[in-house]
Write a new protein. Structure first.
Length: 752
């Protein structure tokens, strides 16, 4: 339009033609408006109406030129708030003397449009906050990697170099036999590199370094998880059962050959009818006085050893858990070394082995069932660190209590419950790296007329992934803490450490399962393609939630440990004592539940780490005290303790969950204190804040019910989670790159 006065109509014409369809209602409304304006002469009205002819609509070039003119004015005048203000500027203020504002507002109403929405539609992409959000790095990635690797940096680097070699290219064959042999070959390479024997004593060829062994397991988990489990069965479960439950004669005879993979073996504990309930196992080891031997026997099919790694193809020996029977007396579950194949892989007499077949994942591991038919082994094959049979055929043990001896024996194997969650952690890191790097490049939608935007710029996508990144970092530091506690353990601390390891195994593996599902969905159809590896990560880690102890059962163990500690601290549990325990020992005060505290919503308070930890501690102690009080009440009412525990099982899970969340947050905060690099520290503080507030938000129902917070505060926390996600997003790619996963292991095309 050449007439500057008529340019006042450009915003209206653009709006009705931008969708390429002028409706009859729009035409009539605009026509009536044009005819009603006395400041327009007849010629001008005809020019305007010519732009409303549906038979000869304006070209796309004309429509785009209108949009360009509008955007130019908006960029130069960002405070404009209505179509009238745009129209006035476009027409060089020729109509400013006339009061047309009311008429334009009425026209917007008649057309069914909103002035504010129009302004938003007109704004150029360059003015969009969502579009402007860019990937940056506020810290040195290598420095954060060194912080994560800690003292194990050297062994981690060595393992990464090994698994990046061409020999470790992923096996793509769907033939299970080929896959299993490839995994076995990988294990041989690792054994030659002295990685399998890392935890064994030096005098038996080992490295005498359990911390490095755990780091090896965690780093291998960036690669094929079948390899990790095969490696763990051979060098961890089989080898460490000999080391932990045996004595010098066993070490000298077996450890060097186990570490070199000369003797591939199994860990035969689980039975068809008994998994978590180890005490209930039915395989027997009957002592024979005449020749000082044991007879290992499977009394019926449901007592067969099931799901035993290395059994179906490669295993030659097994640590078998069986009830020791002497003169018809049951002395409980003990461990025995039982040969199952000869050096030529021929199954021995009395041994029946079957293949478990295809599984959801981990099909590179040869799981099998083992049955024993009166299999005789020599007396020295009993792993006799905690129990033995003397020369007179009598049972002996340095631990007189059957219960204590049983749990001491199982406690020596707690290392498996540290290795598995650390492996799960690596799988979560891999999934998040793929999903974050993909969502940083994948573009969808965008402002009207602008370019599409990286999906990681969208708040809902940030909400899906960034709290999970925060949780993964939190779990990393918590698992380092558990590992350290295990390595520095004393006998008095063992019950607590066992419970902590069991709980973190459950917490970490459940986290990984949820994280990988979210990563799969966040990558859309690409995440469903096998080439992008999330399917393998999901399927292979599914079993992590049930092996080395079913997670729900382990959480019950954690809760019982917390109740035991509660009783030690408290003794007789009357109501006032419980209240005192909650508030004194939780380091919180009743004052925290006053109206000012429960409604406090300023930013400084919401991101304060002391507020976070106090909130977690309060939930932990209150949940524990509530469960203890309810148990006491049920038992005092006459209910059998076994039934009472059954009634409160759901509360027991809450007790364990609250305890573990407190541990994880506490250790994240403690780890941050040790970070010297200021930029890395700042990034970790934000992640720690996000982890804490995301967990509080998840548990907001509890906090509201308890009266610890009011709705105004939980709403403010939700907003703060949003803000932290937004603030962390620019560093998101750097945060996952700090995991330093080799490209050959990550392998997913969408991640690059």
């Amino acid at each position: 339009m050449k007439d500057s006065k008529l340019k006042a109509f450009i915003p209206l014409f653009y709006l009705v033609w931008s969708d390429d369809l002028l409706t009859q209602k729009e035409f009539v409304t605009l026509q009536n408006f044009i005819f009603s304006q006395d400041w327009l002469n007849t010629k001008e009205q005809e020019i305007l109406l010519s732009n409303l002819d549906s038979k000869t609509p304006p070209t796309r070039t004309t429509i785009n030129s209108w949009k360009s003119e509008i955007e130019t004015f908006l960029n130069e005048n960002p405070t404009l708030k209505s179509t009238f203000e745009i129209a006035t500027l476009l027409s060089d203020n020729e109509n400013s003397s006339r009061d047309l504002r009311a008429a334009f507002i009425q026209l917007e109403n008649d057309l069914g449009i909103s002035g504010e929405e129009i302004i938003t539609d007109f704004k150029n992409k360059s003015n969009s906050l969502t579009s402007n959000l860019q990937t940056i790095t506020s810290f040195e990635i290598e420095k954060l990697t060194r912080i994560l690797d800690g003292e194990q940096a050297a062994i981690i680097k060595k393992v990464k170099l090994i698994i990046s070699q061409p020999e470790f290219a992923y096996e793509t064959s769907t033939d299970t036999a080929i896959y299993r042999e490839k995994v076995y070959d990988w294990c041989k390479i690792l054994a030659k590199e002295n990685l399998g024997n890392m935890a064994y004593p030096k005098e038996y060829g080992g490295g005498d370094n359990i911390a490095d062994y755990f780091a090896i397991m965690e780093t291998l988990s960036y690669h094929d998880l079948s390899l990790v489990i095969k490696f763990g069965v051979q060098f961890g479960l089989w080898g460490m059962s000999v080391h932990s439950l045996g004595t010098e004669k066993h070490y000298a005879k077996y450890l060097k050959d186990i570490g070199s993979l000369k003797i591939p073996g199994c860990f035969a504990m689980t039975e068809t009818n008994h998994g978590s309930n180890v005490k209930g196992m039915e395989t027997t080891a009957t002592y024979n006085h005449d020749d000082q031997t044991f007879t290992i026997h499977t009394p019926h099919q449901k007592a067969q050893k099931e799901y035993i790694g290395n059994a179906a193809v490669h295993g030659q020996m097994a640590t078998v858990f069986a009830k020791l029977i002497i003169d018809n007396t049951d002395y409980g579950v003990n461990a025995f070394i039982v040969p199952i194949r000869d050096a030529n892989s021929v199954v021995l007499k009395g041994i029946t082995i079957n293949d478990c077949g295809l599984k959801m994942g981990l099909n590179g591991v040869d799981n099998g069932t083992i049955s024993f038919d009166q299999v005789v082994i020599p007396k020295e094959n009993m792993l006799d660190r905690f129990a033995s049979v003397n020369d007179k055929g009598e049972f002996e043990s340095p631990i007189p209590s059957d219960n204590r001896r049983f749990f001491t024996m199982l406690g020596t194997l707690v290392g498996g419950r540290i290795g598995i969650p650390r492996s799960a952690l690596s799988a979560a890191k891999s999934g998040l790296t793929i999903a974050i790097q993909y969502s940083d490049k994948r573009r969808q939608f965008g402002p009207e007329g602008g370019s599409e935007v990286p999906i990681l710029n969208y708040r809902i996508h940030q909400r899906r992934l960034l709290p999970l990144v925060a949780k993964t970092y939190a779990n990393h530091f918590a698992l380092q803490y558990v590992t350290k506690r295990f390595m520095q353990r004393t006998e008095a601390e063992m019950p607590e450490i066992e419970a902590l390891a069991a709980g973190m195994k459950a917490y970490s593996t459940w986290s990984t399962t949820a994280i990988l599902q979210e990563c799969r969905e966040a990558c859309g159809g690409k995440g469903y393609l096998s080439e992008n590896r999330i399917d393998a990560l999901k399927n292979d880690t599914e079993v992590y939630t049930t092996f080395e102890g079913d997670n729900t059962v382990l959480m019950q163990l954690v809760a019982k440990n917390r109740l035991s500690e509660f009783r030690k601290s408290f003794g007789q549990m009357d109501a006032m004592g419980i209240i005192q325990y909650v508030y004194d020992n939780a380091k919180t005060a009743i004052a925290e539940k006053n109206p000012i505290a429960t409604r406090k919503t300023d930013e400084t308070h919401l991101i304060d780490q002391e507020f976070h930890l106090n909130a977690f501690i309060h939930r932990e102690k209150t949940t524990l005290a509530s469960a203890a009080k309810r148990l006491k009440k049920l038992i005092e009412s006459g209910l059998d303790p076994y039934d009472a525990f059954n009634v409160v099982q759901h509360q027991m899970i809450d007790v364990a969950q609250a305890y573990l969340e407190r541990i994880v947050l506490e250790q994240f905060q403690e780890a941050i204190k040790t970070i010297e690099d200021n930029d890395s520290k700042a990034a970790m503080i934000k992640l720690c804040q996000l982890y804490a507030l995301a967990q509080i938000e998840k548990n907001k129902g509890w906090y509201l019910e308890d009266g610890y917070m009011e709705a105004v505060k939980t709403k403010a926390i939700r907003k703060m989670v949003n803000q932290l996600c937004w603030d962390i997003r620019p560093d998101a790619v750097a945060l996952v790159k700090a995991f330093d996963i080799p490209d050959s292991c990550l392998a997913a095309p969408i991640a690059f």
